[in-house]
Design a protein around this ligand. Structure first.
Ligand code: C5P
Length: 418
């Protein structure tokens, strides 16, 4: 399997104002250890000079199909074969239309048609152009032809309009590109996560019955701790709200210890303020004793049974996911540990708790889930437009799985928040 670093990326730039951001994109791709060759359309050169891209990519920039000198070096068919990934950013409405039609009337469209590379584009255009049915048709056709579309983002546009059509920021394109092209765990875009704050709950909670007894569960905390490790590896600041476990705190992680669900809820409510991502991995006890006894409960010689009155604990993750979108609501990832009908229950949790992503795992499978070192997962997510995504992650060590989950969560988060 190819690694996400060291890929051969052909960066295609078409003629929109967002082309100036492609310089930063080329820089980030180079920093990520990739080989980058740039192809610019004629329109792109009106916005940014080929020399800028040449300096950043360290390679001559190609601009023309019919250039005898360039063809004498690496011919266009050779270039089409060289590319492992074609990334077009920005992709204008016109370029999308030409690609959807299969045109080959300049170097970039010819390469797209001739290359077997994985193809990804970041559309950028005026919001009315993006909203036009012709563009929607072209986008649909391109997806059908195997293109992956990243964005566009919504917000204020260079022309003064407000709406969807802005190109995603280069950092988000890199993160999404990494996610789209690799199952490797190499943190190719670690530096782009350095400003992120991720709050994770982990482990079980303990609900006291009296001063010496409690209700709890078998959660070891390993998955939550692995997520904390994976998130710090990627450069994020991590706060781990941990129930009682016998694990050491991963380096660089701020740990807040709690015992009960109510304590965990209080810590989470506070720490989630301003956080970018909230991951609820804790196995929170659903109920607690209504009134824990002040003194040790005594065995009664005259009673063969004992009735405990339990009351419901707060649903921590649902409270955070239920916050108004922004500000104050992080991207929320929940877990669904199930013993049957995994996908149905996980999807139900996604909807009912208003989560952005749910990580379903079947804890009935031998050697997976609670306590063990391996785990498998089914990821389900929903983007801002309500479109669902789905990805199965096969059985693997919890730390590998944690890295994959963090990659998915961060790239979905960055797509949603740009
Ligand atoms: O409802 P259920 O316990 O199956 O949901 C699991 C998900 O909800 C996990 O992400 C878990 O951390 C979170 N949860 C919570 N507070 C609760 C119960 C579950 O945050 N009281």
């Amino acid at each position: 399997m190819s690694s996400a670093s060291g890929r051969r990326i052909l960066l295609g730039i078409s003629g929109g104002i967002a082309a100036y951001k492609s310089a930063q994109l080329a820089r980030l791709l180079k920093q990520g250890g990739h080989e980058v060759r740039v192809v610019m359309t004629q329109g792109a050169q009106a916005f940014i000079a080929p020399l800028t891209l040449q300096a950043l990519s360290g390679e001559p920039v190609r601009t023309s199909l019919l250039d005898p000198e360039a063809e004498a070096g690496m011919g266009h068919i050779e270039l089409a074969r060289w590319a492992e990934i074609i990334l077009v950013a920005p992709a204008t409405a016109d370029l999308m239309a030409r690609l959807a039609q299969g045109h080959a009337d300049d170097l970039l469209t010819t390469l797209c048609l001739a290359s077997p590379a994985q193809k990804i584009m970041a559309p950028a255009m005026n919001q009315a152009m993006w909203a036009h049915p012709a563009t929607a048709r072209n986008a649909e056709q391109l997806r059908e032809d195997g293109w992956q579309l990243l964005g566009p983002d919504s917000g204020e546009q260079a022309c003064g309009d407000v709406g969807p059509g802005r190109m995603l920021e280069p950092e988000s394109i890199c993160a999404a590109l990494f996610d789209a092209t690799s199952t490797s765990t190499t943190p190719a875009v670690a530096s782009s996560n350095s400003g992120l704050h991720i709050v994770i709950t982990a482990g079980p909670t303990r609900e006291p019955l009296d001063p010496v007894r409690y209700l709890s569960n078998h959660s070891s905390g390993k998955m939550g701790y692995a997520l904390a490790t994976a998130a710090t590896e990627l450069g994020a600041r991590v706060t781990l709200i941990s129930g009682p476990v016998s694990l050491t705190t991963p380096p660089g992680v701020q740990r807040v210890d709690v015992e009960t669900a109510v304590q965990m809820a209080e810590a989470a409510e506070q720490l989630a303020n301003g956080a970018d991502v909230f991951i609820g991995c804790a196995a929170v006890a659903d109920y607690r004793a209504e009134t824990p006894a002040e003194h040790k409960l005594k065995k009664r010689a005259d009673e063969d049974s004992l009735t405990l009155r339990l009351v419901k604990n707060p649903d921590i993750i649902a409270a955070i996911a239920g916050r108004a979108r922004s500000p104050g609501r992080p991207y929320v990832v929940g877990f669904a540990a199930e013993t049957r009908d995994l996908e149905d229950y996980a999807r139900d949790k996604l909807t009912r708790k208003n989560l952005d992503m749910v990580v379903g795992n079947d804890v009935s499978l031998v050697g997976l889930g609670f306590g063990g070192d391996n785990n498998a997962a089914l990821l389900l997510w929903r983007d801002m437009e309500g479109r669902e995504g789905r990805q199965e992650l096969p059985p693997q060590p919890k730390i590998e799985l944690a890295r994959a989950i963090i990659h998915h969560a961060l790239s979905q988060h960055s797509i949603n928040s740009h």
